[in-house]
Design a protein around this ligand. Structure first.
Ligand SMILES: Nc1ncnc2c1ncn2[C@@H]1O[C@H](COP(=O)(O)OP(=O)(O)OP(=O)(O)O)[C@@H](O)[C@H]1O
Ligand SMILES: [Mg+2]
Length: 231
């Protein structure tokens, strides 16, 4: 039977019929503040509490800020730092250099034997890569390395300004096994914001096709997986 990985977000597990397929890579799309990092923290926290080795690459925020956020969601990652959590803050330019060839990235982390990887964010890496050819190679090398490592990964990406269901670069969705979109919808008349999550694609999974509301609070991300939205 296929191995199913608990995402650490209950409602998302419900939407996916248990979790994401083990060994797959999932793109998490969203604009600023939508909750990509929050979902990454849930995923990492669930992994480390299960005793798995987890690598979290934070390219946009400092390590301290990820730790602070984890505490504010009651998912404190501190106790795992000396154990099975590898919170890494590489230089984006060096990270891209490493991804120019497939082997370098793989060999840099295979000793850790990670079960989960969070890449926060893939958008920043693609922003640093200076040509279309390089961007494409980086994506392909990353995807191959993740597959070879057999690791389950979340790749966090900025959504396109014009299309919330596509990444800004329009690249990573083609090599990802799954795509999840987080969206803040602003209603200027009501002055309110509704956050919705959709599973756009998940290989090997009969996932929920509906948009569901979610909120971020003192327990982190909470999805109302059974709740219908008025669209
Ligand atoms: N402790 C907290 N309690 C409640 N809500 C919080 C808390 N911390 C953050 N938030 C909310 O979560 C949002 C930030 O989410 P997050 O950092 O996960 O977004 P992101 O998609 O990673 O954004 P970016 O593109 O800027 O990295 C904030 O805008 C805020 O609304
Ligand atoms: Mg973030």
């Amino acid at each position: 039977m296929m191995d199913i990985v608990d995402t650490g977000v209950e409602g998302l597990n419900t939407m996916l019929g248990g979790g994401i397929p083990g060994g797959s890579s999932t793109l998490v799309l969203g604009s600023y503040g939508a909750g990509k990092t929050t979902m990454g923290i849930h995923f990492a926290h669930r992994g480390v509490t299960l005793g798995e080795n987890v690598v979290y690459f934070t390219l946009e925020e400092r390590k301290e800020s990820i730790i602070l956020a984890s505490k504010s969601y009651r998912k404190d990652l501190t106790p795992y730092l000396e154990r099975n959590l590898f919170l890494l803050n590489p230089d984006p330019v060096e990270f891209v250099q490493m991804l120019k060839t497939e082997g370098n990235f793989k060999s840099s982390i295979e000793n850790i034997k990670p079960r989960r990887i969070v890449l926060d964010s893939i958008s920043l890496i693609l922003m640093v890569a200076e040509s279309d050819v390089l961007r494409r190679n980086v994506i392909i090398n990353l995807s191959n390395a993740l597959r070879d490592l057999g690791v389950t990964s979340l790749l966090l990406a900025e959504s396109s300004v014009t299309n919330p269901y596509s990444s800004r670069d329009g690249l990573a969705e083609f090599v990802s096994d799954g795509v999840i979109a987080l969206q803040n919808r602003y209603d200027d008349n009501l002055g309110s914001t509704t956050s919705i999550i959709r599973v756009l694609k998940m290989r090997l999974t009969n996932h929920d096709r509906k948009a569901r509301p979610y909120s971020i609070g003192s327990n982190g991300m909470e999805i109302l997986a059974k709740s219908e939205l008025f669209q």
